[in-house]
Design a protein around this ligand. Structure first.
Ligand code: XUL
Ligand code: CO
Length: 436
């Protein structure tokens, strides 16, 4: 049975002149940009939760989505139907990576024993599907935020019994990821924060979170999983404050608890916005710390101000993202995971195709533009020139931390008032527009 009958053959590249809304205008998987193909640069992944399990509910209304795969009354059958729909979608879209939470793919059951049994059965099913469709797993994760037991957090819960339950889920989700050949594993601490400090031991909760991560590192070694762990910053929502609130807070947390060598960051645009940063800022902060791992590709709405997880279509955004990805030398284990959902009014299954095609085209165009900016070299040359004074003797001594305040004073007195130089912001913004 086909769950997307309106898509009769895989989505094709038709080029910029095409008027077919179900074709790529820019994304041409095998076209080379520099030394790699577009597919190799972009490493697109489809997320399971929004795409196949999202119902379109919001705080004011129930779900709206028409999803033919969600009809079977038996939960395991429904999970298998959903997986059939997912792999049909990946193949028709032409994306060969996916991401999931344990509870997206498999029913939780009535207790942890049933949870583990169901997950086992569904992972076996997914293994077959991956083989049959030639699809790989970008990353897996555990949902430690939806079940009511996690209302006060998972690893950061005041009750160690809840910690142990969360740790059990992490163990199984990590083993499932390993079994499916996942390239990485994500920790997003949805409720690892607080709603009010009146009832919270903040430092202890941060220590508990670190303890879980250390246990996961030990377990990863034990089972032989060699992909990286990623931590995904987000400042709030659902909690008032999340401990891994932005890249800087995550880096501080990882350094404080000796986790730097074990985790990289998975950075999401709408989370950056909620933290009051640009995506460019968050990516730059992680990249320059050598900790940029993977990206959750989406965008927010300037006027709504929640985590709306919309599909990215803004070319300035995708260009800035791809400039950072190129600057780090490209993804290794990471990729661009569409952690994005169609709007509540886009309730037909075909809308999932429009959404992903648009996101993929926006990133393909962003990649082309970023590559041209790098090749052109004017932007890089401007920045190099702006800092060129630091190549001199004084600059080198300051950076090596061998200069003293006395030496600085001697230099300043001998050389008089410094000459001011324009930062040329408008000139550079115009330069970027040459490439858009
Ligand atoms: C929530 C979010 C998550 C993580 C995985 O805002 O981004 O879906 O990506 O748990
Ligand atoms: Co995400």
């Amino acid at each position: 049975m086909a769950y997307f009958p309106e898509i009769t053959s895989p989505i094709q590249f038709e080029g910029k002149g095409s008027r077919n809304p179900l074709a790529f205008k820019y994304y041409e998987a095998n076209r080379k940009i520099g030394s790699k193909t577009m597919a190799e640069h972009l490493r697109f992944a489809v997320c399971y939760w929004h795409t196949f399990r999202g119902v379109g509910s919001d705080p004011f209304g129930i779900g709206t989505m028409d999803r033919s795969w969600a009809a079977a009354p038996d939960p395991l059958q429904r999970a298998k139907d959903t997986m059939d729909a997912a792999f049909e979608f990946f193949t028709k879209l032409g994306v060969d990576l996916w991401c999931f939470h344990d509870t997206d793919i498999s029913p939780e059951g009535n207790d942890l024993t049933e949870y583990a049994k169901n997950l086992d059965e569904i992972v076996a099913y997914a293994e077959e599907k991956q083989r049959e469709h030639n699809v790989k797993l970008l990353w897996g994760t555990a949902n430690l935020f939806s079940n009511p037991r996690y209302q006060a957090g998972a690893s950061t819960n005041p009750d160690p019994h809840v910690f142990a339950t969360a740790a059990t889920q992490v163990k199984h989700a990590l083993e499932a990821t390993h079994r499916l050949g996942g390239a990485g594993y994500v920790f997003w601490g949805g409720r690892e924060g607080y709603d009010t400090l009146w009832n919270t031991k903040m430092q202890q909760e941060r220590e508990q979170f670190a303890a879980l991560l250390h246990m996961a590192v030990a377990h990863k070694k034990k089972i032989g999983f060699d992909g990286p762990f990623y931590i995904e910053p987000k400042p709030k929502e659902p909690t008032k404050h999340q401990y891994d609130s932005d890249v800087a807070a995550c880096l501080n947390f990882l350094r404080e608890f000796d986790l730097m060598e074990h985790l990289k960051l998975n950075i999401e645009t709408n989370h950056a916005t909620l933290a009051g940063h640009s995506m460019q800022h968050e990516l730059r902060s992680a990249r320059e710390a050598g900790a940029l791992g993977s990206i959750d590709a989406n965008t927010g709405d300037e006027l709504i101000g929640w985590d709306t997880d919309q599909f990215p279509t803004n070319l300035y955004l995708t260009t800035q993202i791809m400039l950072e990805v190129l600057a780090m030398g490209g993804f290794t284990t990471g990729g661009l995971n569409f952690d994005a959902k169609v709007r509540r009014q886009s309730h037909e299954s075909v809308d999932l195709f429009y959404a992903h095609i648009g996101g993929m085209d926006a990133f393909a165009r962003g990649l082309e533009i970023a590559h041209t900016i790098v090749e052109d070299g004017r932007l890089d040359r401007f920045v190099e020139e702006r800092y060129s004074g630091w190549n001199g003797d004084l600059g080198q001594k300051i950076l090596a931390r061998t200069a003293t305040l006395d030496e600085c004073e001697a230099f300043a007195l001998a050389n008089g008032e410094p000459t001011r130089k324009s930062g040329r912001q408008e000139f550079l913004e115009n330069l970027i527009n040459e490439f858009m």
